[in-house]
Structures are given as structure tokens and as C-alpha cells.
Design a protein around this ligand. Structure first.
Ligand code: COA
Length: 229
């Protein structure tokens, strides 16, 4: 992890992304705080602000600008080809209660449903943990509830109300959702960890099959191909 004034650069989160980063196809993820933002960070903040204005048309532009450049808000952005901000999350940080309130989360319209939404959220979780946050709360738009659910958020709020009441903004037509940030979950390389666990499980299962053939489930593409033929 490299660090420059007001900016922390994270490495890629999967081997595939790492190779994309090396070939310049996909730039590194950048996380930064506004309080000591340098020129580059301010340029990134302006880009992510413009992204939110485009993707969240029902939010007043002035409101987005005020929050993105506010000192209590931290932003995580995903930069493609080292210039293009394709995804961003801005959170309000309450260090005293360990709460992060996700104020804005968006992916560029041309880049949606390609996994950037998941990647940026994983980086936001990792970053939040690195500064001492224990949970996220957000008021999710009804059309984004499923996205948040897939990122592990729940509409059952377990964190005691006194830790967040009167702190976070609610919006009409939205649902409060919570995510507990786990101390040891490797949010940036979950897919690697799951592949390794799967491999270990297969090895273990093979030991108990007494040398008999062991079949793994066919890949989705294989089933599809067989159905067509
Ligand atoms: N409704 C239902 N499911 C959704 C969804 C939506 N609006 N957006 C994404 N998903 C699902 C995807 O199908 C995918 O599911 P899978 O893992 O089973 O394949 C999963 O969520 C992750 O998708 P991903 O490609 O990582 O997300 P994305 O890059 O498309 O980004 C948003 C998702 C919501 C951030 C993006 O659509 C966006 O910017 N929307 C406009 C702004 C917005 O509504 N922001 C949220 C409120 S602040």
C-alpha cells in the first residue's frame, strides 16, 4: 500500500485485476481523505462528485458537492486507466462511535454490472476498518436494496440505536441497512480465500472417498452448452 499526502493507494484485489493493473487496463484503487487533500485528491474528488451528480439525479447538486468536500466525509474511488473515475463511495465518518454512514455510492452508467459496485464496496469496507470503523449504515434507495443485500447489508439493524440515532440522515422512499465490519475478513481478496478453501475441502473429501473417483460439479457454462447441444 503506497501513501502520498491525503491519498492512500491500494493494490488490486484479485490476481486477475493485478494483471489488468500491470497492463494499464485497470488503474489502482485510491482511497483518500479530504482533510489533507492534495491537488490530485481534489481532482479525484471533483470527478467523483460529477459521477454522483450524473448517477443520482434526484439529489441536489449542491448537496452532493457540500458532502463530498466536507472534512467529515471520506471517499473511496476506483480509477480506470489512471484517469477515469468509474466508481465511488462517500461516507460520513463518526470515529467516536465506530460508525460509517454511506452517503453516496455509484458506478458510471457505462461500467455498471461489471463488478465495479462490488469492488468499490469491498475497498470501502477495508478502508473503513483501517480507520477504526465497526459498522456501516445507509439509507438505501428502494431500487438499490438488492445491490446492498448482495454486499452483505441487512435491513435488520442490530447496532444499538443510541450509537447512530440522530446522526444519520433518512430519506423518503429508502430503507435503513446495516453492515457489520468484521475484524478479520479479507475483504480485498475474498475470491482467493474462497478458492483456497474450496480446494482444501476437495482434498479433504478425497481423503475420505478412499481413492474412489471424486466428481466436482460441472461449470455453469458446461451445463448451458450441454443444454443447447
Ligand atoms: N438491483 C438489483 N441488483 C443489482 C442492482 C440493482 N439496482 N445493481 C447491482 N445489482 C446486483 C448485480 O446483478 C450483481 O449481482 P450478482 O453478484 O448476483 O451478479 C451485484 O448486485 C453486484 O453488481 P455489480 O456489477 O458489482 O454492481 P454495479 O457495478 O452495477 O453497481 C450500483 C451497482 C447500484 C452502485 C450501480 O448500479 C449504480 O451506480 N446505480 C445508480 C446509483 C445508485 O442507485 N446508487 C445506490 C444508492 S446511493
Amino acid at each position: 500500500m503506497n501513501s502520498t499526502a491525503g491519498q492512500v493507494e491500494y493494490g488490486a484485489d484479485t490476481p486477475k485485476m493485478e494483471s489488468q493493473t500491470q497492463t494499464g487496463e485497470l488503474g489502482a484503487y485510491t482511497t483518500f481523505r479530504t482533510e489533507d487533500a492534495g491537488e490530485q485528491s481534489l481532482a479525484l474528488l471533483t470527478s467523483v462528485k460529477n459521477l454522483f451528480v450524473r448517477q443520482l439525479p434526484y439529489m441536489p447538486r449542491e448537496y452532493i458537492t457540500r458532502l463530498v468536500f466536507d472534512r467529515n466525509h471520506h471517499s473511496v474511488v476506483c480509477v480506470k486507466n489512471r484517469v477515469q473515475v468509474v466508481a465511488g463511495i462517500t461516507m460520513r465518518v463518526f470515529l467516536e462511535t465506530g460508525l460509517g454512514e454511506i452517503a453516496f455510492c455509484a458506478v458510471d452508467a457505462n461500467e455498471q454490472v461489471r463488478g465495479y459496485g462490488t469492488r468499490i464496496m469491498n475497498h470501502a469496507k477495508d478502508y473503513a476498518r483501517s480507520i477504526g470503523l465497526h459498522f456501516f449504515l445507509t439509507y438505501a434507495d428502494n431500487q438499490a436494496i438488492e445491490y446492498f443485500r448482495k454486499q452483505g447489508f441487512s435491513d435488520v439493524i442490530t447496532v444499538p440505536k443510541e450509537r447512530w440515532k440522530d446522526r444519520i440522515k433518512d430519506y423518503r422512499g429508502s430503507t435503513p441497512m446495516e453492515f457489520i465490519i468484521r475484524p478479520n475478513t479479507p475483504y480485498l481478496n475474498l475470491s482467493d480465500v474462497i478458492s483456497t478453501q474450496k480446494l482444501k475441502l476437495m482434498e479433504k473429501a478425497q481423503q475420505f472417498t478412499n481413492g474412489a473417483n471424486f466428481y466436482s460439479t460441472p461449470k455453469r457454462g458446461q451445463i448451458w452448452k450441454e443444454m443447447i447441444l
